[in-house]
Design a protein around this ligand. Structure first.
Ligand SMILES: NC(=O)C1=CN([C@@H]2O[C@H](COP(=O)(O)OP(=O)(O)OC[C@H]3O[C@@H](n4cnc5c(N)ncnc54)[C@H](O)[C@@H]3O)[C@@H](O)[C@H]2O)C=CC1
Ligand SMILES: O=C(O)C(=O)COP(=O)(O)O
Length: 745
């Protein structure tokens, strides 16, 4: 347990309910006009001293405040985890309010706890060696942060850009206590969470319409909450407790939205384009973004061809006039697609579907896509050309590129001017790709004959320069909405969202490298990498300056990146209070000036190994060996192990001399800790040795302290890693055989 945390707790708004009733009482009784937040920081809000004395004095409204939910129990847990000498309430209430304050705490069942009255909280905190604080006032939180004290700020407000990394915003006191307990390595069983045995059901917010079967599948494992993504207040409210958010193109997943979703782990785009998601913000927050590329490509491709045919065959007008009883057979002059030159911009999934279908129409196909191979053009029967040639030679130009800064207004007035007179434009990609104003003008002037448009720069589009033009066929972004597409997209998104929430590796992540390894095998490897990252941070509790990974043997770079991200995230979870996942591990490391150094030693012809090393005094090292199927931690601090590390363990570094192991065994026996297995390693007789004891029962703090008192025991660590049974590392596996010769000398 990490006992280096010293915690300062604010009183009002942290241990008490929000202090709005104080301002309201002062307004009523004293005819003042204080805002509700005046007593979040009464001194900082310049509340007159006399009013403060009345509010906090005998019989004053502060005596009537309720405690924050579960606050007495939460304080009790903090005291248990940290010890009473490491916890202090620092309040800016006037010193004179001490008797009423202490009486209030006692009356509400708070355990006894030291309390200091001071407005200059930081000065007191510094004197007491405080490392962490919990506050509801931004002024105090900022001052703590300036003093290098990590402050949990209770607030629902999103963080402004570039806020100090020492301020950690959390929604309530429970969340702050949870974070402190996690940091302290204490068991977390918060009041109100039952006996802790029942895992909380996941909450998935669905903010755009998705396939009914996908919804049912999600509901089988999670609580599904449907909200309209355009109703911001309702969406933000639903997101407060959400683990995953599923969107289509309508919900804008902004940085602001993510700041309202403190638990969010997955944003899944039930479709292809992720331009409505702030990928940078999601990545920084450690949120995995998923999509379902290709699942609606046939739908969008067929819709594209439908728009072309609707224009070529005058379908829209011919249908309307015929319904109206006007027989205008002579008015319409449809044309055939056969023999026309069609320019396809972007030959990815949708562009390819379009090309394949148009070949059946016997069109000449030109294509512009600088990112795909000549072979792919040849396979699709499309002539590769540059963009200008495509514009100048095509009768119809159709866009199938993603919305990026590079593709924005790819079709602008200049590009349109290069097009053949009487040409046609189709846009089923993204509204931003085409300058609609320029397109509308070219249609009006007659330079372009017609356009088919499914997507708009602003959606929903209630107005557009294209509306009302006779030679334009418009649809409301339904290109990807076929029944089949929604079903296929829904299936992928429901399955992979649930899998990602279970911690499994999924193939359709947008902000993690695509893995060249089959998911179950990658999962096995990354579980061990996660254990290695955790172990190295147990060995080295203070954050190091370098995290080095050396990869020996033949390992694909994406696999090395996955392993690094997972191990680094596990270590950072102990080195920082920030929320860290493999998605943001490198970003967080960079922010904390932790240098992540990944090296490859491909010359080694051994079974691949991942060596994790951190600087410190002494530096620490953990090695994972992987035979492309099974993986295990096989070295700690350069001592080889016979068996992979797993389970509850005591690891000691000590001087190899008679009696030490016996004394450790005796102490554990006295505390009724059963030893299930032991591995000892040493380099030379009488030198440094390492011992790994697997135990059946948790090792009490007192036992660990006694062990550390044994002369020549230098360090002792208690760590729990996934049980060996959790790794598919059955005895006699390829790995066990491969490592058998690496026994300790
Ligand atoms: N209307 C609708 O309902 C639907 C629209 N879409 C949109 O269609 C577009 C294409 O989707 P997919 O084919 O699935 O994506 P994709 O990623 O498979 O293909 C996009 C292609 O565009 C190419 N590209 C990128 N930048 C380019 C540039 N500057 N110039 C030329 N080519 C470039 C890429 O190399 C790639 O081959 C996306 O914007 C997507 O959001 C997709 C599905 C449904
Ligand atoms: O998948 C895409 O990129 C699409 O444009 C389809 O969007 P939608 O899911 O229909 O809002």
């Amino acid at each position: 347990m990490d006992r280096s945390i010293r915690l300062a707790l604010d009183l009002d708004g942290v241990l008490t309910e929000h202090p709005a009733p104080l301002a309201q009482a002062a307004n009523r009784a004293l005819g003042m006009q204080l805002p509700d937040h005046a007593f979040v920081d009464s001194h900082g809000c310049n509340v007159p001293e006399a009013v403060r004395l009345w509010v906090y004095g005998p019989g004053g409204p502060a005596t009537l405040l309720d405690p924050a939910p579960n606050a007495p129990k939460l304080l009790q847990q903090l005291l248990q985890a940290l010890g009473d000498e490491r916890l202090v309430i620092i309040t800016a209430r006037p010193q004179g309010s001490q008797p009423t304050t202490e009486e209030w705490l006692q009356r509400h069942g708070f355990p006894p706890c030291r309390i200091v009255f001071a407005d200059d909280k930081v000065a007191v905190a510094r004197e007491l060696g405080v490392t962490h604080a919990i506050e509801d006032s931004l002024r105090h939180a900022t001052r703590y942060a300036e003093a290098g004290i990590t402050c949990f700020l209770l607030t629902q407000d999103p963080a402004p850009p570039a806020e100090s990394p020492f301020i950690v915003r959390v929604p309530d006191f429970t969340a702050a206590v949870q974070a402190i307990l996690r940091l302290a390595g204490a068991p977390i069983a918060l009041p109100g969470s039952g006996d802790g045995a029942q895992p909380r059901r996941r909450r998935i917010v669905v903010s755009d319409v998705i396939d009914q079967r996908a919804r049912e599948r999600l509901a089988s494992e999670a609580d599904v909450i449907e909200v309209d993504g355009r109703d911001k207040p309702a969406l933000y409210e639903a997101l407060r407790e959400a683990d995953a958010l599923i969107v289509r193109s309508e919900t804008q997943v902004t940085r602001e939205l993510l700041a309202h979703a403190p638990r969010l782990r997955v944003v899944a785009r039930a479709g292809t384009g992720v331009d409505n998601i702030d990928l940078q913000a999601a990545t920084e927050a450690g949120i995995l973004v998923l999509n379902a590329p290709g699942a609606n490509a046939v739908s969008a491709g067929e819709h594209t061809v439908a728009l072309m045919l609707a224009i070529a065959r005058n379908l829209i007008d011919a249908n309307a006039t015929t319904h109206a009883g006007r027989w205008e057979r002579k008015r319409f002059r449809p044309f055939d697609l056969k023999g026309k030159t069609i320019g396809i911009v972007g030959l990815g999934r949708v562009g390819s579907v379009v090309a394949q279908r148009l070949r059946a129409f016997e069109c000449r196909l030109l294509g512009y896509d600088p990112y795909i191979t000549r072979e792919r053009f040849a396979q699709l029967g499309v002539e590769p050309v540059d963009y200008e040639t495509l514009l100048e030679n095509s009768d119809i130009v159709t866009f199938h590129v993603p919305a990026t800064p590079e593709t924005r207004h790819m079709l602008d007035a200049r590009a349109i001017a290069r097009m053949k007179p009487g040409a046609i434009v189709i846009n089923c990609a993204r509204g931003e790709v085409v300058d609609v104003q320029a397109l509308a003008e070219a249609l009006k002037s007659g330079h372009l004959a017609a356009a088919g448009v499914d997507v708009f720069p602003e959606e929903p589009a209630y107005q557009s320069p294209l509306f009302g033009l006779p030679n334009v066929v418009l649809t409301p972004h339904i290109g990807g909405s076929s029944r089949e597409a929604l079903e296929a997209v829904g299936e992928i998104i429901a399955t992979t969202t649930l899998a990602a929430l279970r911690g499994e590796i999924v193939p359709n992540a947008v902000n993690l490298p695509a893995a060249s390894l089959h998911a179950p095998e990658l999962r096995r490897l990354t579980r061990v990498a996660e254990a290695a990252g955790h172990l190295i941070a147990v060995l080295q509790p203070a954050r190091p300056t370098t995290f080095q990974v050396t990869v020996h043997g033949q390992v694909a770079s994406d696999i090395a990146e996955h392993v690094t991200a997972v191990a680094l995230a596990a270590a950072l979870r102990r080195w920082t209070v920030r929320r860290v996942t493999p998605v943001n591990a490198r970003f967080v490391a960079q922010e904390l000036h932790l240098f992540v150094d990944v090296r490859f030693d491909t010359t080694a012809s051994t079974v691949p190994e991942f060596n994790f090393e951190v600087d410190g005094d002494p530096p620490h090292h953990v090695m994972v060996r992987w035979d492309h199927r099974e993986a295990g931690i096989m070295e700690v601090d350069r001592f080889s192990l016979e068996r992979p590390l797993a389970g509850h363990m005591l690891i000691t570094h000590h001087l190899d001399r008679p009696g030490i192991i016996g004394r450790i065994g005796t102490i554990l026996g006295r505390y009724e800790v059963n030893i299930a297995g032991m591995q000892v390693g040493r380099r030379a007789r009488g030198g440094e040795a390492i011992m790994v004891l697997n135990v059946d029962d948790p090792i009490p703090e007192a036992a660990l302290n006694e062990i550390l008192q044994i002369p020549d025991v230098w360090t002792a660590y208690v760590v729990s890693l996934p049980e060996s049974g959790d790794y598919p590392m059955a005895a006699g596996s390829a790995l066990s055989a491969a490592v058998a010769h690496t026994r300790l000398r």
